[in-house]
Design a protein around this ligand. Structure first.
Ligand code: 3HC
Length: 301
């Protein structure tokens, strides 16, 4: 059955090569998923060789894990590793027909990335963004072909979570959207078409939920208590572990975007901002106790 709002699939274009801008954790997960499910070459790019090598090494490490678990055989592992390569220049995208960006969540950076990619790809190549909250329409503005820009928002861990929010910008055309849905199907994701509204759907819910948990902690509830108190709700992961998984900076960014759009509905937790400003990327210590410095910051100390 065609997902609600998806255009006729006959409009979808073939995807024979994928480009991934960024080589961070999300980008690495995307590169592996595209190589595995689409079975096409995937080239990653980043600002420097060190980050790029780290990104490709992450993908190869995940391939080794799949091999170890018996999910793929040695031939498939070698094949997947050969499919995913890195390049420092976006020229490597010249024959890519689907490029997805997963770079830092800032509109100016993402617009710049798309302008650079547009300069090398064909006019019909899809430019997809994994943004968690920014406007697709604004990101596409200024491009020669804004009709090929689509929001393609995955959830962490990408290999496991089935949902994909597909976002149509004001100018996105049916062929690009049909291609996005066809790709999603090959990736075996459950896609939903979302309106281009701040943080789409899922992150609005998560931000409210997370904001209330952080608020309870700021008001004096022990973080361990708040974190465990919601376990009986049947959530797969505790709120603070989820915050660590997505990254405190990403969580803060989504909250800031929503606060800007709907100040009366979404607050930015000053405690979360303090955690991010302190450069903390993890909430928990290796022994899974809450990092004492983070604990003090969450309590407003
Ligand atoms: N990367 C890749 N695979 C992972 C992983 C990771 N970080 N974490 C877990 N997995 C895999 C495991 O390898 C395992 O795979 P297998 O079945 O092939 O062996 C499978 O997931 C299940 O893992 P576990 O049995 O170890 O653990 P759980 O059953 O507790 O599941 C979980 C782990 C799937 C991460 C689960 O806790 C979960 O669903 N948590 C909620 C995650 C969530 O809500 N994410 C959304 C975040 S919001 C977001 O990303 C949007 C952004 O814009 C902010």
């Amino acid at each position: 059955k065609r997902p609600a709002g998806a255009p006729d699939k006959s409009l979808a274009r073939k995807v024979t090569k994928v480009g991934v801008v960024g080589a961070g954790l999300m980008a690495g997960q995307l590169a592996l998923l595209f190589a595995r499910r689409l079975d096409v070459p995937v080239v990653m790019t980043d600002l420097d060789q060190e980050r790029l090598d780290k990104g490709v090494a992450y993908v190869h490490g995940e391939v080794d894990k799949l091999l170890k678990k018996g999910r793929i055989n040695q031939d498939k592992a070698n094949h997947l590793k050969a499919l995913v390569t890195g390049s420092l220049t976006k020229d490597a995208f010249s024959d890519a027909d689907f490029v997805i960006e997963a770079v830092f969540e800032r509109m100016d950076i993402k617009k710049q990335v798309f302008a650079e990619v547009e300069a090398v790809v064909s006019p019909e190549a899809i430019l997809a963004t994994n943004t968690s909250s920014l406007s697709i329409t604004e990101m596409a503005s200024g491009l020669r072909h804004p009709e090929r820009v689509v929001g393609f928002h995955f959830f962490n861990p990408v290999a496991v979570l089935p949902l994909l929010e597909i976002i149509r910008g004001d100018k996105t055309d049916d062929a690009s959207l049909a291609t996005a849905f066809a790709v999603s199907k090959k990736l075996k994701k459950t896609s939903v078409l979302c309106k281009d509204a701040p943080a789409f759907v899922v992150n609005r819910l998560l931000t409210l939920f997370m904001g209330e948990v952080l608020g309870a902690v700021a008001e004096g509830t022990e973080p361990e208590v708040a974190d465990r108190a919601v376990a009986p709700l049947g959530l797969p992961m505790s709120p603070l572990m989820l915050l660590q998984l997505v990254g405190p900076a990403v969580g803060l960014h989504v909250a800031e975007t929503l606060n800007e759009a709907f100040p009366e509905r979404f607050a930015v937790s000053p405690q979360l901002k303090a955690v991010v400003d302190a450069g903390k990327t993890a909430i928990f210590a290796p022994d899974l106790s809450i990092d004492p410095e983070v604990k003090a910051l969450l309590a407003g100390g």
